[in-house]
Design a protein. Structure first.
Length: 132
């Protein structure tokens, strides 16, 4: 049986209504694909605390999470299953700086589909594009 991994992802929007997109580095699993930054939820950790911790570690900035889940998707990859929970956030301190990702860019909703997204992130991307 494949391992189920619970992961949280930050949909970070700036004051120009642009969304932060992160390019997975060649060393990461699912390399060179775009995703919303975030990471695994540890045992006994709620999803909001996990997301704030992961963004602090990965992007060296502090975020404030919105209430509620934006998108909850389970996707089966070849070697594992991911339950990806996307939550809208905004940066409240610092500037997102990549430590694990190859690149970070800010994109308008209508340009999101120009990137090659990790399969688990696609439902959230589609939901953002449809949202006005």
């Amino acid at each position: 049986m494949k391992k189920l991994v619970k992961v949280v992802a930050a949909i970070i929007e700036n004051e120009n209504n642009e969304i932060l997109c992160a390019l997975r580095s060649p060393e990461m699993s699912i390399p060179n694909m775009w995703e919303f930054p975030g990471g695994k939820v540890e045992a006994n950790e709620d999803i909001y605390s996990a997301l704030e911790r992961e963004i602090d570690e990965e992007l060296d900035c502090k975020i404030e999470t919105a209430t509620g889940i934006f998108n909850d998707n389970t996707h089966e990859y070849e070697t594992f299953i991911i339950n990806l929970i996307s939550i809208k956030c905004k940066v409240i301190e610092g500037t997102p700086t990549p430590s694990e990702h190859s690149k970070l860019i800010w994109l308008k909703r209508e340009n999101l589909e120009s990137l090659k997204w990790a399969p688990a992130d696609i439902p959230a991307v589609e939901q953002l594009i449809q949202e006005k």
